[in-house]
Design a protein around this ligand. Structure first.
Ligand SMILES: Cc1cc2nc3c(=O)[nH]c(=O)nc-3n(C[C@H](O)[C@H](O)[C@H](O)COP(=O)(O)OP(=O)(O)OC[C@H]3O[C@@H](n4cnc5c(N)ncnc54)[C@H](O)[C@@H]3O)c2cc1C
Length: 337
């Protein structure tokens, strides 16, 4: 059925705070850090997803494009939507915070890591179904792969997404976009795990998609799958557009260094990169983190940056730009841990 959610099932979800960090209501007063409690949750999670899909003390630097971040207490990889639902229900029941991780391309994880459960959606939920001009991707499908697939199928609309290194779920959360295209333009509907534990297929018009915002983010929904409504196009023309966008990206962005893309949101009436350049901050460095000399909108990891280094650069840039131009830059990158 077009626009339907082929992988849906019912389950429980938790609320998330403004940073997208999942929390049960009860745990707002503090989580148990008791090792036995976590170990018994790990056993429960193993019974759901299997032994190999539950990792303890997993370094999050291996799961973020910044290549920064300390260990997660528990890192769990659901392979199916039912498993994802059960994992989240188990975390909630155990009153342990959880965080839904996509490709980690918009995250700065603290050097201390994350106390709780990382639900690694992008490592398992990667099924795709095609129905005419519609492509339905589970939330973990890499957005650029969806873009490639659309091109191969002669479907136009997802060209803008060819260089965005996030997952489909993360892209819905952020309403990811580039070069005059964004998720709002191509989504038909998104299937979500709702805070009350039900699943719902939400039409694009009801997702409140705006500049780097969505109902997914505001209401702490978990994206399970998303359906793109595309239009027939000439594969060669689609490919040419994607090649052009890739070349523009490669010439302007410091893709040779680990980063989380644009560090700051675009302030109304300004461009973050220009403000930072005009403030004389290109190349500003703290420890192993620096403002890119190629594109001042990117803070990059020069090789051995810690999260503390990146925070120091971000703080300095915010203060200095505000001092010189009266504009307080707001981070686009999300902080975890
Ligand atoms: C080199 C580079 C270039 C980039 N260029 C662009 C660009 O052109 N345009 C752009 O918009 N972004 C860009 N980004 C940023 C990033 O790729 C996007 O924001 C992307 O949408 C993040 O997806 P993710 O899967 O990596 O999310 P993550 O970083 O894993 O998570 C980000 C947030 O999304 C939430 N989330 C992830 N999956 C789900 C889910 N299934 N359900 C609910 N919430 C979820 C997380 O909880 C978290 O709060 C770039 C990043 C890099 C490193």
């Amino acid at each position: 059925m077009p626009g339907a959610c082929p992988h849906a099932s019912s389950g429980q979800a938790t609320d998330r705070d403004a940073n997208g960090v999942s929390r049960t209501k009860e745990s707002e007063t503090g989580m148990s850090d008791d090792a036995d409690h976590l170990e018994s949750l790990a056993w429960k999670l193993r019974s759901i997803v299997g032994e190999d899909n539950v990792l303890l003390h997993e370094p999050l630097s291996e799961h973020t494009t910044f290549e920064i971040g300390g260990p997660a207490d528990i890192f769990v990889i659901p392979d199916t939507i039912d498993d994802a639902r059960e994992v989240i229900a188990a975390c909630r029941e155990a009153d342990v915070p959880y965080f839904v991780l996509g490709k980690g391309s918009d995250l700065l994880v603290s050097d201390d890591g994350y106390r709780g459960v990382i639900v690694a959606i992008a490592d398992g939920l990667v099924n795709v179904t095609v129905d005419g001009n519609e492509i339905c991707c589970q939330a973990g499908v890499p957005l650029h792969e969806a873009s490639e697939m659309a091109c191969d199928l002669g479907l136009s609309g997802l060209e803008f997404a060819c260089g965005i290194p996030g997952s489909v779920g993360g892209a819905c959360f952020m309403n990811a976009g580039a070069y005059d295209g964004c998720m709002a333009d191509v989504l038909s509907s998104v299937c979500c795990l709702m805070p009350d534990g039900s699943t719902a297929n939400i039409a694009v018009g009801d997702l409140d998609l705006g500049y780097r915002k969505s109902r997914v983010r505001d209401e702490g929904l978990v994206v399970l799958s998303a359906t793109f409504a595309l239009r027939p196009g000439d594969p060669e023309e689609i490919r040419a557009t994607m090649d052009d966008l890739t070349q523009r990206r490669e010439s302007k962005q410091p893709l040779e260094y680990p980063s989380a893309g644009s560090t700051f949101k675009r302030p109304e009436g300004y461009f973050a990169g220009k403000l930072i350049t005009d403030a004389g901050l290109k190349g500003y460095q703290s420890g192993g983190a620096a403002v890119s000399t190629k594109h001042a909108g990117f803070v990059v990891n020069l090789g051995d940056a810690t999260a503390a280094d990146v925070h120091a650069v971000i703080d300095h840039v915010q203060d200095e730009v505000e001092r010189q131009f009266g504009v307080r830059l707001e981070p686009e990158v999300r902080f975890l841990g």
